[in-house]
Design a protein around this ligand. Structure first.
Ligand code: GUN
Ligand code: ZN
Length: 437
């Protein structure tokens, strides 16, 4: 099939994370897709010439971007969206953890998983790194729902054995058994990946961190995710619980949990030494700006991460964050960096890079997804802002493509998502409205 639309993506100009991403926008662009992969890309008329018989999907005037990659999102937390006003530890106790406890009910968990996967796809997210639940059957439901829907998911059983609430705790022995079972059933099954997921150091014993380490060495391609340096009270408690540690990151390092397979969410309050070690180990940081604002965590030191050469991608952190939209999340990153004490101006290229290719790199999937390089899987979102709305009018009035892309990041929400595909399989289509005229 040959897609005809305004086509935008980013690529990396060098191998250093501090290099800005290169932005490509082709106004009347063509994407030739064969067997779910990009076969050719460029100006529509040129692609048409090399594939004169390919059926054309005519989305002239619409925008096609690589599918968004959300590097940090929690399966059980959609109902917690909007519970504003608390600090992290209060919010966990009063809002998030009671909701997490409901995932013990298998039927409830299956319904949540189906709604969650729909929410991702309908926002244009084609790949996500997901904190599953504290209950293995609920995590299995997520993998099954994602597999049915066709989206890419790296997810794991959230493991904790202290300081949450009794009904969310497991033991290192049971965690090892449950994780092993889930890895064997789901890891690398079609578009699924397993990610070892201790909730955070605060809720895991040393024996539990050893289990995580054992899983990573037993299964060399499973991923790892957790939280790091989100709020001061959390960091102080971690220092108390691990008196031998020199800082928060040290706790994870001690158990071999950093490296190219690892994504650490937040990292708002990070030391210079931690930044150096994150960069040296190739550990990725998931920046979750709306959550950092909503829970009062602070302003992410973006420039310091960049200067240190730490790889940064973007996460919505539903439900600490404010929704599933990755464009909104990227805008929030822009807004907060604008007013940071150590400010940086994120460009439209940065916003697109952070919400797509950066996430693919964080998950070790950059050979497969993240942009429209020939040979990659055709994961994309088609954006068509509703006619007559503010965004459609802004786009109509502008003849500057970079401004138009920035306007999409400023104004496009779920209503602008027309269609979403993974390896060219349709995973979401906007319902056609039959308005009474
Ligand atoms: N730290 C431990 N658990 C959580 C969570 O669910 N959300 C956030 N934002 N931080 C956490
Ligand atoms: Zn989180």
């Amino acid at each position: 099939v040959l897609i005809r639309a305004t086509i935008a993506d980013t690529s990396r100009s060098g191998d250093s994370t501090s290099n800005p991403a290169h932005l490509s926008i082709v106004e009347d662009g063509g994407l030739l897709i064969e067997d779910g992969r990009i076969a050719a890309r460029g100006v529509y008329s040129a692609i048409r010439d090399v594939a004169p018989h390919a059926p054309v999907t005519d989305w002239r005037g619409d925008w096609v971007l690589p599918g968004f990659v959300d590097t940090h999102v929690h399966l059980p937390q959609m109902p917690v969206l909007g519970r504003l006003g608390w600090s992290l530890l209060e919010w966990l106790e009063h809002a998030a953890l009671p909701e997490e406890a409901r995932m013990a009910d298998v039927a409830h968990a299956a319904a949540v998983a189906a709604r969650f996967v729909d929410a991702l796809a309908s926002h244009g997210t084609t790949t996500a790194s997901v904190f599953g639940a504290h209950f293995a059957p609920a995590v299995a439901s997520l993998f099954e729902a994602a597999d049915r829907a066709g989206i890419r998911v790296a997810a794991g059983l959230v493991v904790s054995d202290r300081r949450l609430r009794d009904d969310l705790h497991t033991s290192p022995q049971v965690a090892l058994r449950d994780c092993t079972d889930l890895i064997r059933r789901f890891h690398e099954r079609r578009r699924l990946l397993y990610s070892v997921t201790p909730r955070f150091a605060l809720s895991t014993s040393e024996a539990m961190l050893e289990v995580c380490q054992a899983l990573l060495s037993e299964y060399p391609t499973v991923r790892f995710q957790t939280h790091l340096n989100e709020q001061r009270a959390e960091i102080d408690e971690v220092a108390r619980l691990f008196p031998w540690s020199s800082d928060y990151l040290h706790v994870y390092e001690r158990y071999g949990l950093t490296g190219r397979r690892s994504i650490m969410a937040h990292d708002v309050h990070v030391t210079a030494s931690e930044l150096e070690r994150l960069a040296a180990s190739g550990t990725s940081v998931s920046h979750c700006p709306s959550s950092n604002g909503a829970l009062g965590s602070g302003i992410f030191p973006f420039r310091r991460h960049r200067l240190a050469g730490v790889h940064v991608a973007l996460g919505t952190d539903v439900g600490g964050g404010t929704g599933f939209g990755m464009m909104k999340e990227a805008l929030q990153a822009y807004l907060m960096q604008r007013v940071a004490d150590d400010p940086t101006v994120l460009s439209p290229a940065d916003l697109l890079y952070l919400s797509t290719l950066a996430g693919a790199e964080a998950l070790g999937l950059a050979d497969e997804i993240g942009n429209f390089e020939v040979g990659k899987a055709a994961d994309f979102v088609c954006l068509a802002p509703p006619a007559g709305g503010v965004l459609a009018q802004v786009l109509d009035e502008s003849d500057d493509l970079t401004h138009q892309l920035a306007a999409l990041f400023t104004l496009a929400g779920q209503e602008s998502v027309r269609e979403v595909r993974v390896a060219n399989d349709i995973v979401y289509q906007r319902p056609v409205r039959h308005d009474a005229a």
